[in-house]
Design a protein around this ligand. Structure first.
Ligand code: COA
Length: 148
């Protein structure tokens, strides 16, 4: 389901559960979601009005880049990530995206597996891309999916 800027706080809260070195603040999430080039989707459990996960992409011409995807810590490994990404990729395709790009930290097995499930393949590596909380830097794996 599409998320509007009213979900900015929920998105920021979920993003903080993602374990990223730099968290997103609610105002930043609101600005992102309100951007017409951005597509944001949430996954909801049963009739809940509170998302258990979100995914956000930025579109440019016929390409899109997944900026972040997070499922609530307590809801992981239950298919929410897959459901979220399936709906999101369908929407991106509907909106004219032919290629989708993303970066994932080397060693993030869950995310890499999720992306490979949808056919994303590795197209490059960027050493030292991600700052880690312990001061070291991790390699990013760049991935691409052709939708058309
Ligand atoms: C990545 C993430 C969104 C996956 O969400 P999820 O709801 O747990 O994923 P699903 O239950 O739909 O599982 C999707 C696939 O990942 C695999 N997977 C999920 N968690 C895993 C884990 N801890 N270890 C190994 N594989 C895992 C599943 O087996 C499944 O694989 P398959 O499609 O080959 O069967 C979730 O782990 C998360 O929020 N992580 C923290 C944030 C993050 O790293 N985001 C990605 C940044 S690039």
């Amino acid at each position: 389901m599409r998320l509007d800027a009213g979900y900015a706080l929920a998105v920021a809260t979920l993003h903080h559960q993602g374990g990223f070195a730099r968290g997103w603040e609610p105002a930043e999430c609101a600005a992102l979601i309100a951007d017409s080039a951005v597509a944001a989707d949430g996954v909801f459990n049963g009739g809940s009005s509170h998302p258990d996960g979100f995914v956000i992409s930025r579109k440019a011409a016929d390409e899109a880049e997944i900026l972040s995807i997070v499922v609530a810590s307590a809801r992981r490994r239950d298919g929410f990530g897959r459901a979220l990404l399936a709906a999101h990729l369908a929407r991106l395709a509907e909106q004219g995206a032919n290629r989708v790009f993303l970066e994932v930290e080397e060693g993030n097995v869950a995310a890499e597996r999720l992306y490979r499930h949808f056919g994303f393949r590795e197209v490059g590596r960027r050493k030292g891309y991600y700052p880690k909380p312990d001061g070291t830097r991790a390699t990013a794996i760049a991935m691409r999916l052709d939708l058309a």
